[in-house]
Design a protein around this ligand. Structure first.
Ligand code: SF4
Length: 482
């Protein structure tokens, strides 16, 4: 097992006082060669930590004394020190198979590792799950976990995963639920394959076999222009409406049988079908917010609360385990969206300038009805700049998959001097999915956290968000900033 490598040591931390440096390799904590940050955290929480490290081939043992539960102050190069369990499925709807060539390598990693499900909320199909994994999840209480169900019919699930073990691996879901592990599920709906009667049957199967499932999100497949799968079709408006009808019927049945709705449809379905989003209360706490379920209503709730002088509801991505783990960075899985160190204290834009909110095509449909409300936050004119996703093409219209090139093209025709607000969901460490840096855009932009309260704060000019100036010569073909 390759050792974890130290990438940063927090100033003033217990680890720094021992002389540990970036580049050192961590071999063991308290005699245990830890496999991942979960085991690392358990050992690092102890008041006395024996650290075996290697530098330049020489091993040394250091003893760190600190209050129990206090962080050591090390940042490691990966959340998993042994190998990430990769997926052996070949789902025809897999978005990784639909990525264009030449993107950063980490985007092509097909993981199917329950540890990454626990750490980051990644969905796992359980096709590579083992008895030993179950024992560890249960004994170390590693929940919640997130499981891709897609269909409870063994043949349909095998077809969707293109893996024979797809037929049997949901037995692990039953075992996890029997052991009282909190599990959230997901159904990616592929029209003509697992919608209609199959979706109906899957939700019946959940009620019958997995009634302890916390929630199941029903989400549409994404079909990019790069797909090579002839059977993968995007939803029509009618197909989206039919999915909403099935989910609505089952919400009633689950409510009658279990006292909770359990199944929730993605926001995209309401946009596609041209139907209003359910009221915020119907999302029962937004447990699948990060899966695009209830985002629109949560956003609106935040905007209304903050404009009324109330605290924001604060519904957003669940930071989960990773919020408190002392150890590995999220790079490669969930890197920070912006580099905090480069944030200025306040926006440097003219507060009276007109404001343009950059968003995707679905984002436009969510934000457009809120514009009259948003305009009350500022004296300035506010408009949307919707960006079409030409990079991925197909039906890819969510804001989070916008690339720098498409945003660049959209901004190039926009007037200089306005304030441009860009949601941080499009960035990973200040870079778009296609590798373009935010400073390469043809207009200076303010990067705003993707929630309603932050957008209102930005409109009021009191957000203190990252204000990015354009780099000279960047984004070829765009007008020069004046
Ligand atoms: S399980 Fe996930 S990563 Fe693996 S092929 Fe299917 S969609 Fe892709």
């Amino acid at each position: 097992m390759p050792p974890a490598r130290v990438v940063a040591v927090a100033p003033g931390s217990p680890a720094e006082s021992t002389g540990i440096q970036p580049g050192d390799e961590v071999l063991a904590l308290n005699g245990e060669a830890v496999r991942d940050v979960i085991r690392y955290q358990l050992q690092a929480d102890e008041p006395v930590v024996e650290l075996e490290v290697r530098r330049g081939g020489l091993e040394q043992l250091t003893v760190v004394e600190k209050p129990a539960g206090a962080p050591l102050g090390l940042e490691l190069d990966s959340p998993v020190f042994d190998r990430v369990q990769t997926c052996d499925n070949h789902c025809p709807f897999c978005f990784i198979h639909q990525l264009p060539k030449g993107m950063r390598r980490s985007l092509y990693l097909k993981d199917d590792d329950y540890r990454l499900s626990f750490l980051y909320g990644n969905f796992t199909t359980l096709t590579r799950f083992t008895e030993a994994d179950l024992e560890r999840v249960v004994t170390e209480k590693l929940g919640p976990l997130y499981v891709s169900i897609h269909a409870t019919d063994p043949d349909v699930r095998t077809r969707l995963l293109r893996n024979r073990r797809g037929a049997t691996s949901l037995r692990w879901l039953g075992a996890l639920l029997d052991a009282s592990v909190e599990v959230h599920g997901q159904i990616v709906v592929c029209p003509g394959i697992n919608d209609g009667a199959v979706l109906d049957n899957t939700l019946l199967g959940i009620l019958d076999r997995f009634p302890r499932l916390a929630t199941v999100g029903v989400v549409p497949l994404g079909v990019s222009a790069h797909t090579t799968e002839p059977d993968m079709h995007e939803h029509t408006a009618d197909a989206a409406g039919a999915v909403l009808d099935v989910v609505g019927r089952w919400q009633s049945r689950f409510s009658d049988a279990l006292g909770r709705r359990l199944a929730f449809a993605a926001d995209e379905y309401y946009v596609l079908a041209g139907r209003p989003f359910p009221d915020a209360g119907q999302y029962e706490g937004f447990p699948q917010h990060e899966n695009g379920i209830g985002m629109a209503r949560a956003f609106e709730a935040d905007v209304r609360a903050v404009l009324a002088g109330a605290p924001a509801a604060g519904i957003g991505p669940r930071a989960g385990f990773f919020a408190w783990v002392d150890g590995a960075p999220a790079d490669g899985y969930r890197a920070p969206r912006v580099d905090d160190a480069s944030r200025p204290a306040r926006s440097t834009s003219e507060p009276t300038a007109r404001v343009a909110i950059v968003t995707g095509q679905y984002g436009e449909q969510v934000l457009a009805p809120l514009l009259p409300l948003l305009r009350t936050a500022t004296e300035s004119a506010v408009r949307l700049v919707p960006v079409r996703n030409a990079f991925f093409g197909g039906n890819i219209a969510v804001t989070g998959l916008l690339t720098g090139r498409d945003v660049c093209d959209a901004l190039a025709s926009q007037p200089p001097g306005d304030r441009y607000l860009v949601p941080d969901v499009v960035l990973s460490r200040d870079h778009f999915l296609d590798g373009m840096a935010v400073e390469d855009l043809p207009r200076p932009v303010e990067v705003v956290p993707t929630d309603g309260a932050s957008l209102v704060a930005a409109l009021r000019g009191d957000g203190g968000f990252a204000d990015r100036r354009r780099r000279a010569g960047a984004c070829d073909g765009a007008d020069e900033e004046t």
